[in-house]
Design a protein around this ligand. Structure first.
Ligand code: ZN
Length: 477
């Protein structure tokens, strides 16, 4: 079987993947902080590690994929203060939004999705271990990790102490022994979420949440830790410091995988620049948009930066139309154990084993589509046959079956091809979009009664419309 290799951020090298237990691969990916809709940058690691998990599941008997929900965080507290909405309502609504958006991008749920607020006890336990081991200290209701106590601090991110201080934008506080020391636990006043602890009523810091949840669900040492490149410092550096010091002798994660950033129209996404886009904004473009955005993401290698533009989304949409046009044909169905189908699918997936080269795998899906065209429609495409370099002469239906099988590992081409060609208008979201379109038409015709009736009908289904300049977005209550 093809060797599996990844670029390990910790060693900055390509390494052959050897799991701790060949029967059971364990991975942890940092999940969302639930206070707002997921933006395009949030979606990228979810899609990338969804493909990685699907690939691992093909090769190993058992895979446990853990992705947490950060539902206690000062950003959530601040949002609640601004809006007056209770914290529990914000986190429940945003978690549901996140699940629905990621499902629309074709992502399977993780095996475990622990919430920070359900895991306070292991966090307290880990902090106690860190204090006992001399790596943390309590001061004025806070507990801080002592950075100078861990000699390897900075190795993961490869930063110097000065760079780390600048990068972490550390708060100067009188209770810190060293300016780089970071918070494990902090006191909560009456208006804040808090839990009783040996250091008084308080709440955890963000970094200890992931160390404790990965420990609880995967053990002190596991195979793969993933997340966005922007999390390497300080978040992952701190997770590693906490876990390595709480469990001396353990390496925490063996392989660190980080996805590159996502730009919009060539710039870093920001509300002030006006190029801030949520996944919901993209999904609103049509029933095709979730899969098209997924394809757009996977056409670029996960470690490279992606520039999102509407043109690239439209291009991905057209490519999907071309794939589905082939799959919608009335083709003979090869046997389930057809050897040539299996060989062609394996060939298309081979690049994924080389540090998850989705771009090349997708190029090979296009070659399978061409092979199917040659087999069913006739003619020849010598360039494709030359590129493939195989003496394959598939019969009608074989390359299409291989295409479907291989695409499934990328989480692509899973829709019903005939429904897709009719515009994919079969699901609940499409019905909501249709109602919104009808309401916009009523408003354009100044038929305010009808527009209000449609709004009321959607509202009764728990769908809230939000009109902004030139567009209507929606969310569930
Ligand atoms: Zn994390």
């Amino acid at each position: 079987m093809t060797e599996l290799a990844f670029h390990n951020s910790a060693t900055r090298r390509r390494e052959i993947f050897v799991p701790i237990d060949a029967q059971h691969v364990r991975l942890y990916v940092c999940g969302p902080t639930v206070y707002d809709l997921a933006h395009l940058g949030n979606a990228r690691p979810v899609v990338v590690f969804d493909v990685l998990t699907r690939l691992l599941r093909r090769r190993f008997p058992r895979v446990t994929y853990v992705r947490n929900i950060t539902d206690v965080d000062d950003k959530i507290n601040a949002r609640s203060r601004e809006s007056g909405e209770p914290i529990g309502a914000i986190t429940a609504r945003t978690t549901a939004d996140f699940h629905r958006d990621m499902e629309a991008l074709g992502c399977l749920p993780p095996d475990e999705e622990p919430r920070a607020t359900d895991n306070i006890a292991p966090m307290v336990e880990m902090i106690e271990k860190l204090i006992a081991n001399g790596n943390a200290y309590a001061a004025e209701g806070h507990v801080l990790f002592s950075v100078p106590s861990y000699a390897d601090y900075g190795k993961l991110s490869g930063r110097t102490p000065d760079e780390m201080l600048a990068g972490a934008r550390v708060d100067v506080a009188p209770y810190k022994r060293d300016p780089g020391d970071f918070v494990l636990w902090k006191p909560s006043d009456d208006g804040m979420p808090g839990w009783d602890s040996p250091w008084g009523r308080g709440r955890p810091g963000w970094h200890i949440e992931c160390s404790a949840m990965s420990w609880r669900y995967l053990g002190a040492e596991f195979d793969i830790h993933g997340g966005g490149h922007d999390l390497i410092f300080p978040h992952h550096e701190n997770e590693l410091a906490q876990s390595a010091c709480a469990f001396p002798g353990s390496r925490f994660a063996r392989y660190w995988l980080h996805n590159g950033m996502l730009l919009v129209d060539g710039e870093k996404m920001s509300k002030s620049v006006g190029n801030f886009l949520t996944v919901r904004d993209i999904l609103g473009r049509g029933a095709w948009a979730g899969e098209a955005f997924r394809l757009l993401l996977l056409k670029t290698h996960y470690r490279a930066a992606i520039d999102y533009t509407v043109e690239r989304l439209d291009e991905a949409h057209t490519e999907l139309d071309d794939f589905y046009a082939v799959l919608a044909r009335d083709l003979p169905e090869p046997d389930a154990d057809d050897a040539l189908v299996a060989e062609m699918a394996e060939w298309a997936l081979e690049p994924l084993h080389d540090d998850l080269n989705t771009a090349l795998a997708i190029a090979r899906l296009r070659d399978l589509r061409t092979l199917e065209n040659v087999a069913t429609v006739g003619g020849s495409d010598t360039a494709v046959l030359h590129r493939i370099g195989k003496a394959w002469e598939p019969e009608s239906g074989q390359a299409a079956a291989a295409l479907r099988q291989a695409a499934a590992v990328l989480g692509l081409l899973g829709s019903d091809p005939r429904t897709w060609r009719q515009g994919g208008q079969s699901d609940e979201v499409a019905a909501i979009e249709a109602a919104i379109a009808a309401r916009l038409a009523a408003r354009a015709a100044k038929n305010w009664a009808e527009a209000d009736r449609i709004r009321g009908e959607l509202s009764a289904q728990g769908i809230v419309l939000e009109d902004t300049a030139g567009a209507t977005s929606w969310r569930r209550v």
